[in-house]
Design a binder for this molecule. Structure first.
Ligand code: SF4
Ligand code: FES
Length: 244
């Protein structure tokens, strides 16, 4: 028998927050998202949570399960059968309803980064040539699905909710090292602040929990190095910065 203790919140109810306990006999091999859908179908139609792809692609079903932040569609219920599993919404985001959080700050920061190539215009007959090694360096950062898990596990938010966050800093690094993007200085300026790369505690929790194996802390450390080299080069011009 699977037992889920779910932290609820519904603004129109009194009290607004409470814990519900649901039990079900799960089919073999189902994941937590499927279990939640069954509870919603059979026991409480008001239970609210986000999902779309059901296959670890859209990034919308992140939640806290027994203290770890995970994708529900990637969490096998077999791993939750030993004792009642405690399900909570993604930490550090305002809760809208039950397990649904407001991710607008996350996406506003993402948009502010202008996360697309700012390269020289090419005609429709041309193409950008990419060096194979450079592409391999960029690849791990392309896999981000914007699930917000790295925000939910990052201790820097306890200190500063304005912190840019692991996913944004990883994305900044991805464009900084892309030889097709011409924004080096601009990107370094965005991340060179206490709420940017200098706010990271370097505890690697984002790396550990990212479901797509994106390594944000590595990107942050490399960004710090690039910033320091860039500063040095302004006083020692022969150390010309090479970000790409
Ligand atoms: S870096 Fe990983 S954990 Fe963070 S938003 Fe992207 S996929 Fe999710
Ligand atoms: S439903 Fe899309 S990542 Fe889980």
């Amino acid at each position: 028998m699977l037992t889920l203790k779910i932290k609820r919140f519904q603004a129109e109810r009194e009290p607004q927050g409470w814990i519900d306990i649901f039990s079900l006999e799960p089919r073999k091999g189902i994941n937590l998202l499927e279990a939640l859908l069954r509870i919603q179908d059979e026991q409480d139609g008001t239970l609210s949570f986000r999902y779309s792809c059901r296959g670890a692609v859209c990034g919308s079903c992140a939640m806290k399960v027994n203290g770890n932040v995970v994708l529900a569609c990637r969490t096998h219920v077999e791993d939750l059968m030993e004792k009642p599993a405690f399900i909570e919404p993604l930490p550090y985001f305002p809760v809208l309803r039950d397990l649904m959080v407001d991710m607008s700050t996350f996406f506003t920061r993402y948009r502010e980064l202008e996360p697309y190539l700012h390269g020289e215009p090419v005609s429709s007959h041309q193409e950008y040539f990419m060096d194979e090694d450079k592409r391999k360096e960029i690849d791990p950062y392309i896999n981000c699905i914007l699930c917000g898990i790295c925000f939910g596990v990052c201790p820097a938010f306890e200190r500063d909710l304005q912190y840019l966050g692991p996913a944004m800093l990883a994305k900044a690094y991805r464009f900084l090292i892309d030889p097709r993007d011409k924004r080096s200085e601009e990107i370094l300026k965005i991340v060179d602040r206490q709420a940017g790369v200098w706010g990271c505690n370097t505890v690697f929790r984002c790396v550990k929990f990212c479901p797509k194996e994106v390594p944000p802390t590595h990107a942050i450390l490399k960004l710090r190095e690039k910033i320091l080299k860039h500063r040095l080069s302004s006083i020692l011009p022969f150390l010309s910065p090479r970000h790409k």
